[in-house]
Each structure stands twice: as C-alpha cells, then as structure tokens.
Design a protein around this ligand. Structure first.
Ligand code: TRP
Length: 380
C-alpha cells in the first residue's frame, strides 16, 4: 500500500523511516551526515540543538555553502514561516525553538512569514478569522524571545507592498506548468493558488533584494514545504540571487504514536500552549505513546525504548542540558526508570516551558509592533 502524500497543502499516509527515505529521494535533498553535523557543531561553539543530534532536522540543501560563508565571516540570514491556524500546539512551536537556536548561535537576521493569504486561498474563507489567528500565532511565536533588532515578521496581507513588488519577479520566471507539476494544482483550482508560491519565495531573497547586499538565506522547514524552495532554487539565479539553502525536518510525533504528526484536528493528540498543568499531565498519562514495557516486571528487566517514547522525546527537545538528557535516557532504557516516572518528568518540563511562554506572551503584547517587517530595519 502506498498512500503517502506529502505536499504543502496535504499530508497523509504513514510517516515512518521508509517514507522519509522515499521523500528524500523524490525531492532530491541531501541527508545531514556526521561530517556536516560536526561542521555545524564546530561553528556553533561545540554545541548542537537536540533537533540536530536526534535527527529531527535530518536533511538539507546547500547547507555547506552557509557554513563556508559563516566560517569566512560573511553574514547570512534565516527565513521561516507559518500558515496561521487556530490554537497552536507544541508540535507547531517546537520548530521555532530550533530557528531561535540558529539565530542566537549565529547572531543573524531572521524573517518569519505568516501566510494569511495562503490560508485564505487554500483553506479558509473568513478573512477576519484568519487575521485573528495570525495575530495570536505571532504572539505565541514571539514569546520564545526572538532578537528584537534582528527579527522581522512578514504578515503577507500587511506587508503586501514590499512582497508583491518582488513576487512579480518570481511569477514572471515561473510557468503554470511548473506550479501544476510541483504543487499538484489543477485547472479547477483558483488562480490565486497558482500565484501564491511567488509570495512564499520572496522572503528567500528579500534581504539581498532590499539592501543590495549579496548574502545567502538559510530556510528551516518541515519537508512538506520543500516544493516552494525547489522552485525558488530554479528562479533565484535567474534574478541574480544565490539559490537559498535549506535545513529540513521531519514532522513531530503525535501523542499516541510516533508516526503521525501532531494534529489540531484531534485535540487529545496534541498539547496546546494554553493547556494547564493538570491537562498536560493527564494527556501525557493517558495518551502519550510509551516506549516502555507492558508490565512493571518486564520494564525492570528489559528497560524501555526511549527513542520511540513521546514523553522522552519531548523532554529531550525542551531540556538544554545534554548531560541530563543522557542520564534520563540511560535510566529509562535500563529499566531503572518506569514509564510513569518518565511521563512525570516530561510533564514538569513541558509545564515549565509553557508557563515561561505565557509570561513572555503578556510582555510581548506591548512591543509586538517592533517586530513588524520594515525595509528600513534591514540595513545590515
Ligand atoms: N506555508 C507555510 C505553512 O503553511 C508557512 C511558511 C511560509 C513557511 N514561509 C515559510 C514555512 C518558510 C517554513 C519556511 O505553514
């Protein structure tokens, strides 16, 4: 059975290791191997984000070019984004912790695009609702504490003037047959869907376009977004810019298993940012997929498989102390720690993270405007 479907607008089918292998081949991306990992580690002053050493960000395009530039002291910038949605959950926010790590580590500018237009053209029809979601999502993302001087939020509807000017350059060099092939657009789709990819491609060259400085762009994204950046890589050289580089992730596991992605359509499968402490604990205890054994005896004797355990995974993504992570890993794997204890540790970690987030969120409300995209702030 081959029901795997991964496009920017639809993800379905079982996302196991085999599926990712297929996608890598189909999309033609490169795996992040140990040599590259060591290079990143060296550039990052000896540290790696858990998403890197745990293989969540597992593939790339031209990451070497970014590292070459960085090693030579040449700046680059980061670009990532989000299609606005209702309440955000952990699976939505965690990728942004990785982007923040990249920004902090390399001290670079970051553009975050909020594709309210895409949401309108592809999924929802209530613009007011989309705008509300976009606002809330921006607060959630910014409560991670992004650099105020160097972070630029592009809401497509708000920043249309800057974006549209450059989007026409992309559109002029992209044929309808390309978008049909790459995005699966058909003759019965609305014409906005065919144009939209130009809007998502613009931020991959907006800093060089506006400043006139030839610098590279590194884009962290989940693998379903790859089609946009394949097209970007074809078009940008024609416009006189570098092809963008990518660092590409798998989807984060849902609560109940390690193959589906966290989904807001089944509320019990995800931990929402506004879940209170009790709810977090209850969801973990009741629904979190466990790598532990069925009985206490077996667990003591054979130990757990932490790699497939939801609680261990989330804990490891939020804990910055690698030694602690290794200790928990060892204890859980050996059987000296039980599944319930693992869940309790994870619940504490998640609750601490969420409570910090909520505090920051209140503060950010006062200066969220400082992050708004403004060409004047891009003078590097
Ligand atoms: N299309 C993405 C989504 O629906 C949002 C997005 C825009 C994005 N630009 C991006 C995601 C760059 C990753 C990188 O979520």
């Amino acid at each position: 059975m081959d029901s795997l479907k991964v496009t920017p607008w639809e993800v379905s089918g079982e996302l196991n290791e085999g599926a990712y292998k297929k996608l890598v081949e189909k999309f033609g991306v490169d795996i992040i191997n140990d040599i590259l990992l060591n290079r990143i580690k060296k550039a990052a002053h000896g540290k790696l984000h858990p998403f890197l050493y745990r293989g969540i960000f597992f593939a790339h395009r031209d990451l070497g070019a970014i590292l070459d530039d960085y090693e030579k002291g040449k700046p680059f910038y980061l670009y990532t984004g989000r299609g606005p949605s209702g309440k955000m959950h952990l699976g939505h926010l965690l990728p942004f912790t990785f982007t923040k790590w990249l920004q902090d580590t390399f001290d670079v500018h970051l553009v975050i695009q909020i594709t309210d237009d895409e949401k309108y053209l592809v999924k929802k029809s209530d613009k007011k609702e989309i705008e509300k979601m976009a606002e809330e999502n921006v607060l959630d993302i910014l409560s991670l504490g992004f650099d105020r001087e160097k972070t630029h939020i592009i809401k497509d509807f708000d920043s249309a003037k800057s974006l549209y000017y450059y989007a026409t350059d992309v559109a002029k060099h992209t044929t309808l047959s390309t978008v049909k092939a790459v995005f699966g657009i058909t003759d019965s789709d609305n014409i906005g869907k065919a144009f939209f990819p130009s809007m998502q491609i613009v931020p991959s060259f907006i800093i060089p376009a506006i400043t006139g400085k030839k610098i590279r762009c590194l884009i962290p994204y989940a693998i379903d977004q790859d089609p946009y950046f394949r097209v970007s890589r074809d078009v940008l050289p024609k416009l006189g810019y570098y092809k963008p580089s990518s660092i590409i992730s798998k989807f984060l596991p849902a609560l109940q298993g390690n193959t589906a992605k966290m989904s807001s359509s089944s509320p019990e499968s995800a931990i929402f940012l506004d879940d209170d402490e009790k709810t977090v604990k209850r969801k973990l205890m009741k629904y979190a997929f466990s790598g532990g054994r069925d009985t206490l005896e077996e667990q003591r004797k054979y130990g757990a498989n932490p790699d497939i355990d939801f609680s261990f995974n989330v804990y490891s993504f939020l804990e910055s102390d690698q030694e602690k992570i290794e200790k928990v890993y060892g204890e859980y794997k050996s059987g000296s720690m039980l599944s319930g204890e693992m869940k309790a540790i994870a619940a504490d970690k998640i609750n601490g993270f969420l409570s910090d987030l909520r505090k920051n969120r209140e503060a950010v409300k006062d200066y969220v405007q400082d992050y708004a995209f403004d060409p004047e702030r891009l003078r590097l």
